[in-house]
Each structure stands twice: as structure tokens, then as C-alpha cells.
Design a protein around this ligand. Structure first.
Ligand SMILES: Cc1cc2nc3c(=O)[nH]c(=O)nc-3n(C[C@H](O)[C@H](O)[C@H](O)COP(=O)(O)OP(=O)(O)OC[C@H]3O[C@@H](n4cnc5c(N)ncnc54)[C@H](O)[C@@H]3O)c2cc1C
Length: 470
């Protein structure tokens, strides 16, 4: 990867020769949050240095091309948002965008060993067989349940209160383990689904809010890129003038109100001084760096839980598949006692992921509700995934044509009670010139990370202007 402009690859001292009066910002971590922040700071004309420990950018966003297959080890698709549309236009990436197929709104859930389609709009609920009549009736009564404002309510408690216990096992549980590798009994609804909480408080009912929202917004499909998700971070990196890959920040100290950032690169060790510091790092990495300067914050960050998650790609010849995948994919509720939590039907979702006569499944194993399974020994993991796909899709082949596994030891931060302290402290530390642009703060989806980065760039801009004028 040699995307960033050449001067940015040199030592810290030789770059960013801004005027004396200009204040400098250090951004640590070039995942999508750090990249997007650097991009927006650059647009605002704010001098920054972006440090990335690895030789590639993108963090969790990782596309691998191997043996005619395009595999996503992290996110497979992004939901459109206003910020992302603007960013794609600015990066001239529109021609690279690959929208999901028309069937992408079809999500399935495993119930009694068979796949059933989940309702994709409130209206579809009435004709949907995923829920019993009793549950469907109870869901419709949601309009009459009075709102409650409890900031520590869990996702399970919220859905049970508003829609009844019937939705928990076969909708809420698989959704939360599929999207957040999480446990709905622990995650906080206000943090994970803030829009639903807002709908409850604003409209008095989530259903009413969803109806209104649906009328206002067109149904937009998720998308990827012809060359995979990695296209986005690489295109942002291409625009940046002060990106330093292979610069691992090893220590942060403070001196007379400034942040002293020490980096190690393959050839050197550098130290430089910054007025503002932004951490765009996973919580455990941020904790390591704050150990000396802000030990309280470091302790709070260490409490944020990241469950392990294994991602397994399996390819079959389509003629060997009894039940060909058609849709986004399927979620497997804990109640069904499956090995995997979810599978994305990649070749049904996007073209060009495998050869035309083949089918590619991306299966997720582990997460907060089955952590030990993610750590299954590799050959057993591959075999178990194959066995399950065989049973669920009527596959006749003895083995897949191709399989590939990746283990995220620390996958997705859990927005449970333990994250509260870190969020509160992060807000307080802004007064000290320390800011956060990372998924454990902004929200885990790629659009959330980009929105968070854009908002932070505006905040930093006004902080710097204020400091300059005073
Ligand atoms: C398996 C999986 C599937 C997902 N699926 C989806 C999906 O389909 N859609 C979606 O919207 N989101 C999805 N997500 C979530 C989304 O991908 C992440 O939340 C997001 O990419 C995180 O970006 P980030 O920049 O905050 O952090 P990261 O991507 O973790 O980036 C942090 C960066 O910091 C660097 N770093 C660490 N320590 C140092 C140091 N000391 N010095 C310098 N650099 C350092 C790392 O190398 C890394 O590049 C998924 C996540 C995972 C794990």
C-alpha cells in the first residue's frame, strides 16, 4: 500500500511545517474514524499528523483478494448516509460503488431448523410468518404503550416492554448478535439503537416513528465497492498529506499543556509536540497510551469488552447447493443452538465476489453470546462451518471448493453498562484537549464512525479558532 503522498512518509520532524502560531493536532490510528477525521481536518485547513501502526490503512475494514475470490474480513456492506454520499462524491468514488442486489432487503432468521424471512417494514409484519399471531397482535399494540425514559434500560428490556417477549428470541437476539456480536440482555438500548429510543420519546411509539421515517426516506440499499470495502479507506488515504503509516505511537506524555507523542517506525523513533490529541484507536490500545497521563480514563477503557469473533468464507459450486442463497443472509438465534451466529450470502448480495458458477458464504462464529466458539481450533472451525452450511442449504459437496478463516481476537466494542464511564470521562477530557474519534465512542457502524469524525472536525475547528482569538 503506497497511497499517501510521499512527504507524509518521512519522520515527524520533517513534516507539517506550518506557521508558528498554528496549532497542531495529532490523530492516532488510521482506521476509518482516524482517516475520516484527518480528511475533514485537512478540508478545514487544520494542520494534523495521522499516525498508523501498520503498513496498511483501514483497521477493521479489510478486503482480501485470493484465488479469484474477494473476501471481506471486516464489514461487508455499508448503509448509505448523507455524509457518506458527500464523501463518495468528493473522493470521486461513485463509479466504484457496487449497490447490493435487489434482494438485499431479504434477511432470514432460522426458526425450528428452517429459514424464514424477517419483515423488512412495519407493514410486512402483518403477513409475516416469522412471528405467531399473538406476537404480531402484541407488536401492533406497541402504539399504546406509554414511553419510559430509563437511560440504563437494556435492549431486551426495551423490546419486551414495547413489543412483548415474543420478539426477543427470534428477532432481537439474532439482530443484536448479528450486528454487534453482542448480548441484548447486556447492551444498552440508548447506546445501541438511539434512533428507536428517540422515536419512542418523540412519537410516543416506535412503530409510529418507523412509519413516519419510512414515508420521509426512500428505501436505500446497502453497498460495497467493486474492489471491496478497502477501496474507501485507501481512497481517503490517497488524499491525505500528513499520513504516517508504520508509525506506532508508543507513548504519550504531557508538558506545559502540550501533548508529547513518541512514535516508533521501522527505521527511527520520533517525538513531537501537539496542542490537541485525538485517539482513533480501539479502547485497549488507547488505554495503554493513557496509562501515565490519564490513569482513570485508562482504567475505564480497559473495562470495554470486545468479544472474539471468527469470520469464515466458504465457496461451493452452485450445482451442489439444494437451497441456493437469495438475499442478504441469515441470522441464527441462540434458541436454535447453532454453531454460527450469522451468515452473509455474499455472492447473492454482490457480483464479482467469486466465479459465476460458484456461491460464497461468509459465516460468523462467536461474539458475546458464544465467545468460546470463536476460539475453536482452525481445522475444526472450518469443518463445523461446512457441516452447518451443508445442513442448512442442502449442500451435497463433501468439502467446499475453498475456505478461509480470520479470527478477530477483539471484534466489536460492547455498548453495555461498562462503557458509560469511558464515555463520560471522554467528554470531560475534551477540556484538556484530548478527543476521541473511534467506534467505541461514535457508534460501531462505518457511517457512525464517519459522522462522528465529521462532527469532531467541526468541534476541533471551533476549539482552535477560540484558542487563536483569545
Ligand atoms: C467482523 C466485523 C464486521 C463488521 N461489519 C460491519 C458492517 O457490515 N457494516 C458496518 O458499517 N460496520 C461493520 N463493522 C464495524 C466497523 O467496521 C468498525 O466499527 C470500524 O471500521 C472501526 O473503525 P475505527 O477507525 O473506529 O477503528 P479501527 O478500525 O479498529 O482502527 C484503529 C486503527 O488504529 C491503529 N492502531 C492501533 N494502535 C496504534 C498505535 N499505538 N499507534 C498507531 N496506530 C495504532 C490500528 O492499526 C487500526 O488501523 C464490523 C466490524 C467487524 C470487526
Amino acid at each position: 500500500m503506497s497511497r499517501a503522498k510521499q512527504p507524509a512518509r518521512t519522520g515527524i520532524g520533517s513534516i507539517n511545517r506550518q506557521e508558528e502560531w498554528q496549532m497542531r493536532v495529532a490523530v492516532i490510528g488510521a482506521g476509518i474514524s482516524g482517516l475520516a477525521l484527518a480528511y475533514y481536518l485537512q478540508k478545514l485547513g487544520i494542520p494534523y499528523d495521522l499516525f498508523e501502526a501498520g503498513s496498511r490503512v483501514g483497521g477493521n475494514i479489510r478486503s482480501v483478494r485470493t484465488d479469484d475470490y474477494l473476501l471481506e474480513l471486516g464489514p461487508n456492506a455499508i448503509s448509505p448516509s448523507a455524509e457518506i454520499s458527500e464523501l463518495l462524491r468528493e473522493l470521486k468514488l461513485e463509479d466504484e460503488v457496487l449497490p447490493a442486489t435487489v434482494g438485499s432487503h431479504q434477511q432470514f432468521v432460522l426458526r425450528d431448523g428452517a429459514y424464514r424471512q424477517l419483515p423488512y417494514s412495519p407493514l410486512c409484519l402483518l403477513s409475516n410468518t416469522c412471528f405467531s399471531w399473538k406476537t404480531r397482535y402484541r407488536i401492533l399494540q406497541e402504539r399504546y404503550i406509554p414511553p419510559e425514559n430509563n437511560r440504563y434500560e437494556t435492549v431486551s428490556a426495551f423490546f419486551e416492554r414495547r413489543f412483548g417477549a415474543g420478539v426477543l428470541d427470534y428477532a432481537v437476539n439474532p439482530l443484536v448478535s448479528g450486528l454487534y456480536a453482542g448480548n441484548p440482555d447486556k447492551l444498552l438500548v440508548q447506546k445501541v439503537f438511539p434512533q428507536l429510543k428517540e422515536m419512542e420519546l418523540e412519537h410516543g411509539s416506535v412503530l409510529k416513528g418507523l412509519f413516519q421515517h419510512q414515508q420521509l426516506s426512500e428505501q436505500l440499499s446497502p453497498f460495497s465497492f467493486v474492489e471491496g470495502m478497502q477501496t474507501l479507506p485507501e481512497a481517503i488515504a490517497d488524499k491525505l498529506i500528513s499520513l504516517h503509516t508504520e508509525h506506532r505511537v508508543a507513548m504519550i506524555t504531557r508538558h506545559e499543556g502540550k501533548y508529547i507523542v513518541s512514535c516508533s517506525s521501522p527505521t527511527d523513533t520520533d517525538t513531537a509536540e501537539y496542542d490537541l490529541l485525538v485517539l482513533s484507536l480501539p479502547a485497549p490500545n488507547a488505554a495503554e497510551l493513557l496509562h501515565y497521563t490519564f490513569p482513570g480514563m485508562a482504567a475505564a477503557l480497559q473495562n470495554i469488552h470486545y468479544p472474539p469473533l471468527a469470520v469464515v468464507h466458504s465457496v461451493y459450486n452452485s450445482r451442489d447447493i439444494g437451497l441456493p442463497p437469495d438475499g442478504f443472509g441469515a441470522m441464527h438465534p441462540v434458541a436454535e443452538d447453532t454453531f454460527s451466529v450469522r451468515s452473509i450470502w455474499n455472492s447473492s448480495l454482490f457480483s464479482g465476489r467469486c466465479r459465476p458458477h460458484e456461491v460464497l458464504f461468509t459465516t460468523f462464529v462467536g461474539g458475546a453470546q458464544a465467545e468460546h466458539l470463536a476460539l475453536t481450533e482452525r481445522d475444526t472451525l472450518l469443518q463445523q462451518v461446512h457441516q452447518e452450511l451443508k445442513e442448512l442449504h442442502g449442500i451435497t459437496a463433501g468439502n467446499p471448493i475453498f475456505q478461509y478463516a480470520h479470527l478477530w481476537h477483539h471484534s466489536i466494542p460492547q455498548f453495555d453498562l461498562h462503557i458509560e464511564d469511558a464515555h463520560e470521562m471522554a467528554q470531560t477530557l475534551e477540556e484538556e484537549g484530548l478527543f476521541i474519534a473511534a467506534n467505541w465512542y461514535s457508534g460501531v457502524s462505518v457511517p457512525d464512525c464517519i459522522r462522528g469524525a465529521k462532527e469532531l472536525s467541526c468541534k476541533i475547528n471551533s476549539t482552535l479558532r477560540h484558542a487563536h482569538n483569545s
